[in-house]
Design a protein around this ligand. Structure first.
Ligand code: NDP
Length: 345
């Protein structure tokens, strides 16, 4: 949305393509903020603001400057040549530059009982977002299980102790992956109990009452037992939504798109990435908005025939000239190498 606001205001005629709402694929147009309740740390809202309300403000701001919106799945992208080609369900879209802001999604365990209701208990006692769902009456004063051993799990477990009767962290090993400070906070919390060397084999319940328990498996000896609880929070990390770009854009081992922090350029000249799809560390609304702004300015520079820094440190122009990392050489699209020296008239 921020990239759309900036590019629209710069008269670049942006088209914002968003995934339609889909319960099976768990997508909501507008992304993660649409499934967040109170946003208390986005600057400018001293009393806090609901995620969907903040998103609506962004959308109206982008609309005000002429952003067009399309809610359709993109099935295929062709990024070998400009203009880039995007094949959506019903049309073919051509674009001079592409800004990817497809975000990241929570990872799931893939065990019985975890799927969205009515197939499982997702949304009926199973969640992947404590900040979104923890305050709901269904979880208040209840026994809750949090799965995971990283910072997300520690953060979610700690947060849930505000509402729950007791929080059990089930971790598949006997050592946490979380940072020391987050570990200590959770380990010190009297409402949190750790279930070490434990994985979830199944989530149990009824459609009438929601979650009633879980089947736990000891990862050392394989023994299983039933454990009573009324809620399960899966907190085993996120995966970037980059499936569509596999084989075309450089990614890290997890699948996050590679940019270098100095700019939002990817390895393909004219393709930029912003927000959680290229950020496994900060993952905040404000940092996503910040990189969204950067990507719009980078796209604008690129279209204005100015050089933009690539992930490897070299610069590229829309004409396909490459400027070396040390800025001493220009490699022409023909392969000719010339010194990058000041020109005096
Ligand atoms: P991580 O990848 O760090 O941790 C994931 C955890 O889930 C690990 O303990 C892992 O176990 C466990 N896990 C993964 N898959 C499974 C599975 N299939 N079954 C059971 N357990 C599983 O992800 P996080 O989301 O916790 O953190 C990602 C990044 O975001 C980190 O850099 C983190 O520091 C950062 N972050 C920072 C926060 C903050 O500072 N406030 C808050 C949240 C995240 P195992 O350890 O055995 O691999």
């Amino acid at each position: 949305m921020t990239a759309a606001i900036y590019t629209a205001r710069a008269n670049l005629n942006p088209l914002l393509i968003d995934a339609p709402a889909d319960t099976d694929k768990q997508t909501t147009p507008g992304g993660q903020l649409m499934i967040t309740t109170d946003v208390e740390n986005y600057p400018g809202f001293s009393k806090g603001i609901e995620g969907p309300e903040l998103m609506m403000e962004f959308r109206q701001q982008a609309e005000r400057f002429g952003t067009e919106f399309l809610e359709e799945w993109i099935n295929k992208v062709e990024l070998q040549a400009r203009p880039f080609t995007l094949h959506t369900e019903n049309r073919i879209v051509k674009a001079d530059t592409l800004i990817i802001a497809s975000g990241a999604s929570a990872k799931w365990l893939g065990i019985p009982g975890e799927a969205k209701t009515p197939k499982g208990f997702g949304g009926n006692g199973v969640s992947a977002c404590a900040t979104c769902d923890g305050p709901l009456p269904a979880f208040r004063n209840k026994r809750l299980v949090v799965v995971g051993g990283g910072d997300t799990a520690m953060e979610e477990a700690t947060f849930l102790t505000r509402y729950a009767a007791r929080v059990y962290v089930a971790h598949r090993r006997d050592k946490l992956r979380a940072s020391k400070i987050m570990q200590e906070k959770a380990l010190r919390n009297e409402k949190i109990e750790f279930l070490w060397n434990t994985e979830l084999a199944e989530i149990l319940g009824t459609h009438e009452h929601g979650v009633t328990g879980v089947r736990l498996r000891d990862t050392c000896n394989g023994e299983e037992k039933t454990f009573e609880c009324e809620g399960v929070f899966i907190a085993i990390g996120h995966k970037p939504n980059t499936e569509l770009f596999k084989g075309q854009i450089e990614m890290d081992t997890v699948g996050y798109l590679k940019t270098n922090g100095h700019s939002t350029a990817t390895n393909i000249p004219g393709v930029f990435a912003c927000g959680d799809v290229q950020d496994s560390v900060y993952r905040q609304a404000i940092t996503a908005a910040g990189t969204g702004c950067m990507s719009a300015i980078d796209a604008e520079r690129f279209l204005d025939h100015l050089p933009v820094e690539m992930p490897g440190g070299e610069e590229v122009t829309i004409e396909g000239e490459l400027i070396s990392r040390d800025r001493k050489l220009i490699i022409e699209p023909t392969g000719e190498v010339i010194p990058n020296e000041p020109v005096f008239e």
